[in-house]
Design a protein around this ligand. Structure first.
Ligand code: ADP
Ligand code: MG
Length: 246
């Protein structure tokens, strides 16, 4: 039986999609079967981060509403074995899918995959709530900037009504902050009130890989790519020390 993990943040542009793709690729690379679900309806872009734009035919609503099976609907990654994607529809009134339908769909997916990574939309609206209803665990992504931290805090308040397995990832940490990093991380953990799952550096390879339509972990073996691998291994139960950012 697999585990469903939602990646969320409150604020847009913190790196949810980038990290969903990066962590999912790394979980697959260490031998787990992984399904990514893009739940950012209308603004989907997880297919781009995974380098799978030309593979998309069906979306998650086709599976949830019974128009195709999960097996047919999920697109396999062309290079990374064990990695599949179900994209988001371009248009879908979220109230058309009930939380019960969502949970049944995720239960079914957990039979076939070890990890289901759900990329959530920004905010705490209906799309966020639908994504949350299927998740066992939640990862909240924040950058170091105060408005991102405050949004993360609000989001955690919302999530903790129903979920108690919540972790934090700090993304886009500048190497020059290294000296203050411990205070920064402590502050972030205090502000968000969460245990830390990982720290990801600001890395020029992220936009470069995106521009080339390549998954980050196939484009780079340092910086953010290593941070994603460490996070994947922690999710998978290994004890990996926090990475040093040089
Ligand atoms: P979200 O899904 O939260 O809206 P994205 O994953 O789409 O955020 O990232 C927003 C932008 O930030 C993208 O242009 C992406 O390339 C960039 N980005 C995300 N993480 C990093 C990083 N660690 N280093 C450099 N750029 C990043
Ligand atoms: Mg996104």
């Amino acid at each position: 039986m697999g585990t469903a993990i939602m990646i969320t943040s409150g604020k847009g542009g913190t790196g949810k999609t980038t990290l969903t793709a990066g962590i999912a690729s790394c979980l697959a690379a260490i031998g787990r079967r992984v399904l990514c679900i893009d739940m950012d309806i209308g603004l989907r872009n997880l297919d781009i981060s995974l380098g799978m734009t030309d593979r998309i035919v069906m979306d998650f609503s086709d599976v949830v509403e019974g128009r195709c099976t999960l097996e047919r609907g999920a697109a396999d990654h062309p290079v990374i074995k064990g990695l599949s994607l179900l994209t988001a529809p371009m248009r879908l009134p979220t109230e058309r899918i009930s939380e019960e339908q969502m949970r049944a769909f995720i239960r079914q997916a957990k039979q076939a995959y070890d990890y289901i990574l759900i990329d959530s939309p920004a905010g705490i609206g209906s799309g966020f709530k639908l994504a949350l209803s299927g998740a066992d665990r939640v990862i909240v992504v924040t950058t170091n900037d105060p408005s991102s931290l405050r949004d993360a805090q609000r989001t955690v308040g919302e999530i903790s009504r129903t979920h108690n397995h919540i972790h934090l990832i700090m993304n886009r940490i500048q190497p020059k902050l290294l000296k203050q990093l411990h205070t920064t991380i402590d502050d972030a953990m205090d502000t968000a009130g969460l245990p830390l799952l990982g720290v990801v550096p600001e890395d020029g390879q992220v936009p470069l890989a995106l521009g080339e339509g390549k998954p980050l972990v196939l484009a780079s073996r340092k910086g953010a790519a290593v941070a994603c691998l460490n996070i994947a291994r922690r999710i998978n139960g290994e004890r990996i020390p926090l990475m040093k950012i040089h």
